[in-house]
Design a protein around this ligand. Structure first.
Ligand SMILES: [Zn+2]
Ligand SMILES: [Zn+2]
Length: 206
């Protein structure tokens, strides 16, 4: 990792807007290959493995499933798998399976599954794990996409932060205290730099 200078600068103005107004996509872990997939709120598509889904639309609801076992274990490393519902069910010889990539060892496997249902009013990013996420000062720092990352970097890198023209609880006003603390500035900016590097490596382009 090349040591880049942290983007600390003097002053920034709150651009206004809420978290969803930064960019139009959310990068999530692909449910099939675990690499970066793009979610636009109703569909998820992965440029790595070609996986695509429409989890919010009714005709696809039977594709959702969760592992039948009450205590599912990875068949490779025997560590526990999480049981959340996933939009990746498939039928093999009349039996339902769900494909899970183990977060401990990274092996992907089909597991016996029971039919599930898509999250109600489901925004897929609530179900799929966000891709651009890292730990900073014991907290989870995440961004939805590059526009979100750029905005945070600009705002949190500023020594003086000024209210913008938009009143009320903008995204910047709602940021948690640990993120805004000047004592955490360098850690948070370093965290954002890590996310940017990961985005570049994965071909995340928006
Ligand atoms: Zn994929
Ligand atoms: Zn495993």
């Amino acid at each position: 990792m090349t040591e880049r200078e942290l983007p600390i600068h003097h002053r920034a103005e709150d651009p206004g807007g809420r978290v969803w107004s930064f960019g139009s996509v959310t990068w999530v872990h692909c449910p099939e290959c675990d690499k970066a997939a793009k979610s636009d709120g109703s569909t998820v598509s992965c440029m790595h493995c070609g996986y695509t889904t429409v989890p919010d639309l009714k005709p696809y609801s039977d594709k959702w499933a969760y592992p039948t076992s009450s205590n599912p274990l990875c068949s490779h490393c025997r560590k526990p798998l999480d049981r959340r519902e996933r939009p990746t069910a498939r039928e093999i010889d009349g039996k339902l399976f769900v494909r899970i990539c183990c977060e401990h060892c990274g092996e992907t496997e089909d597991y016996p599954a029971s039919p599930g249902s898509p999250p109600s009013g489901g925004r897929s990013w609530r179900v799929l794990r966000r891709y651009l996420e890292t730990q900073v000062a014991g907290e989870t720092l995440w961004v939805l996409n590059l526009a979100h990352l750029n905005a945070l970097e600009d705002w949190l890198g500023a020594k003086v932060r000024e209210r913008g023209p938009q009143p009320g609880l903008t995204m910047m006003a709602r940021l948690p205290r640990w993120m805004k603390a000047s004592t955490n500035r360098e850690k948070v900016l370093r965290g954002l730099a890590i996310l940017r590097e990961r985005a570049e490596k994965e071909g995340i382009d928006e």
